[in-house]
Design a protein around this ligand. Structure first.
Ligand SMILES: Nc1ncnc2c1ncn2[C@@H]1O[C@H](COP(=O)(O)OP(=O)(O)OP(=O)(O)O)[C@@H](O)[C@H]1O
Ligand SMILES: [Mg+2]
Length: 337
């Protein structure tokens, strides 16, 4: 159980709100800055799995790193259950930072090869001001919680499979009872069958611990399967936010439609002719993004207004949010049946 349900009362409001976040990097040499994240807002509810998708360079990791206070926040607010994470410093920052824990893609690099699994999971507990009295018992329950058993505790990382290492990383992340788990491409390097095991583990953590998850991946299929709601990022901005169901069955942004069309067929189909690609060309440079709508240079529905006016992320009927001037007029195609 996370610390959330103390006194039986669930505090009101979202667990995390990200409000008009900008993450900016100075480009060495050039007298310019790169806006990796440019005005992104979303909320994650308590016990919600929120997915973030988008092509490489769209700013997904920069959002995650800003929440972890590992990326430079140029503007905006990040609030965790009423606490402004973006304004914390020093001891207060350390105290609150443990409430959000991150799991990365590279499971081999994130575990120290000299440490046993037991030491790796116990490490975050040891670093606390007041380590728990029964750290050994806690480590044993954590290893079981992630679907491994105590026989794994004395092993070194190199004797574990990729999926087992990622389970150890999750156990380590859970050691401090975080309220939010940030998974940045946490399953991307794993085989599909191993991915499924980790995804089921995350779902059980959501259901049994009530933990919230920010799940980042470039794989729309994986995100749509796991997440309650999904944000679609393009060049540092959100193009669309909707429930996973609505996003895949009735996309409202041309970029989401294009991502769905680019998904591989679930199984080989002999009946269907290959559809022409809806998304042409490369992602423009984030250092020099297009005027108006950032997707307009690759959008098959582009009109004059798109270059002149940046579309705000706004509510549309059906409950989602979309940043397209013409969302009401366009009839977009969802995922192939
Ligand atoms: N430390 C940095 N210094 C300069 N630019 C950076 C830095 N980190 C990220 N960027 C730039 O910010 C933009 C967003 O990068 P980010 O890593 O957040 O994207 P992403 O969506 O996570 O991509 P990927 O799918 O490849 O992981 C990119 O243009 C990237 O080159
Ligand atoms: Mg990334």
């Amino acid at each position: 159980m996370t610390g959330l349900l103390q006194d039986g009362a669930m505090p009101a409001g979202p667990l995390l709100s990200v409000d008009a976040l900008c993450v900016q990097f100075d480009l060495p040499g050039a007298k310019a800055t790169l806006k990796a994240v440019d005005g992104v807002s979303f909320e994650i509810g308590r016990g919600e799995i929120f997915g973030l998708i988008g092509e490489s360079g769209s700013g997904k990791s920069s959002v995650a790193r800003a929440i972890m206070r590992l990326a430079p926040i140029a503007a905006g607010a990040i609030t965790l259950a009423g606490t402004r994470l973006d304004q914390l410093q020093g001891r207060e920052l350390r105290r609150h930072r443990r409430r959000v824990q991150m799991v990365f893609q590279d499971s081999s690099d994130s575990l120290d090869p000299r440490m046993t699994v037991r030491q790796a999971i116990a490490e975050p507990l040891r670093m606390q001001d007041a380590p728990p009295a029964d750290a050994g018992g806690l480590v044993a329950s954590l290893i079981q919680r992630v679907g491994l058993d105590e026989s794994h505790l004395d092993r070194k990382p190199h004797t574990l499979s990729g999926g087992q290492k990622q389970r150890v990383n999750i156990a380590r992340a859970l050691a401090l009872s975080p309220e939010l788990l940030v998974c940045d491409e946490a399953v991307s390097a794993l085989d599909v069958s191993v991915q499924a095991g980790i995804i089921n583990l995350l779902l059980s953590l959501q259901q049994e611990l009530g933990i919230s998850v920010l799940f980042i991946s470039h794989d729309l299929g994986v995100v749509a399967h796991l997440a309650d709601r999904v944000g679609v990022m393009y060049l540092g901005r959100l193009a669309e936010v909707a429930s996973a169901e609505a996003l895949t069955s009735r996309p409202r942004h041309p970029y989401t439609e294009a991502l769905l069309a680019a998904e591989p067929e679930p199984r080989p189909s002999t009946h269907r002719a290959a559809r022409p690609p809806l998304i042409a060309g490369e992602v423009p440079s984030a250092a020099n993004p297009p005027s108006g709508c950032r997707f307009r240079t690759r959008c098959r529905y582009v009109r004059e207004r798109c270059a002149a006016e940046q579309p705000p992320l706004r509510p549309v009927d059906g409950g989602g949010l979309v940043a397209c001037h013409f969302a009401e007029e366009l009839v977009l195609e969802g995922r192939r049946a």
